[in-house]
Design a binder for this molecule. Structure first.
Ligand SMILES: [Zn+2]
Length: 199
């Protein structure tokens, strides 16, 4: 959550395919299980993307999904039933292929729940080169909304939050809520410390 210093930490590449990762408060898992857990966490939270720092791991990794439109037949479908494609981006490198700035969509963040803002200018199209959780290399080009999602998550790997990309007055507008999130993040970290001692 906003206020946890891991969101601002320098992230490390995942170099060792056999490495295990320990999300604070959980058992160690390998790369594949971590990817699955991140996707499940994202679906659970009804998100379009989730970066490793958001679950307490300063790693160069994020997940994202493309969804089908909600109201095609009037009946809202559960999110899981609308997944068109899901992605695991490990050690990604992003290039801008169309720098035309656009700000048609709102940015929101699972680490700042409930806050949505427009006006975040992002390049219209990008190319991202990455490995998946099985170690296969991929290249993906994205534009429009999904390009925005990928850039938002990629920013997390550099400690950047979408509010950083907006005028300070926007952060100011949400100040008391952000302070509350900060307090909750600190309390959560403290509770993790206690659990560790009890084990
Ligand atoms: Zn975010």
């Amino acid at each position: 959550m906003y206020g946890d210093s891991v969101l601002r930490a320098q992230t490390q590449p995942i170099a060792d395919a056999k490495a295990t990762f320990t999300v604070p408060g959980f058992e160690p898992v390998d790369r594949r299980a971590l990817a699955r857990n991140m996707l499940e966490t994202m679906y659970e939270a009804e998100g379009v993307g989730l970066a490793a720092p958001q679950i307490g791991l300063p790693l160069r990794m994020f997940v994202a999904a493309e969804y089908d439109d909600d109201h095609a037949d009037g009946q809202p479908k559960p999110l899981r039933a609308r997944v068109l494609r899901e992605f695991v981006f490990i050690n990604p490198m992003l290039e801008v292929i169309d720098p035309t700035p656009e700000s048609r969509y709102l940015d929101g963040c699972l680490s700042i729940p409930g806050v949505y803002e427009d006006g975040v200018m992002r390049p219209q199209a990008i190319r991202i080169t990455y490995s998946d959780e099985h170690g296969a290399r991929h290249q993906l080009e994205a534009d429009d909304y999904f390009a925005r999602v990928v850039q938002h998550e990629y920013d997390h790997l550099f400690g950047r939050l979408f509010l950083d990309l907006l005028p300070a007055a926007v952060t100011e507008k949400h100040r008391s809520y952000l302070v509350q999130l900060q307090r909750e993040a600190k309390a959560y970290l403290k509770s993790l410390g206690k659990n560790r001692d009890q084990r």
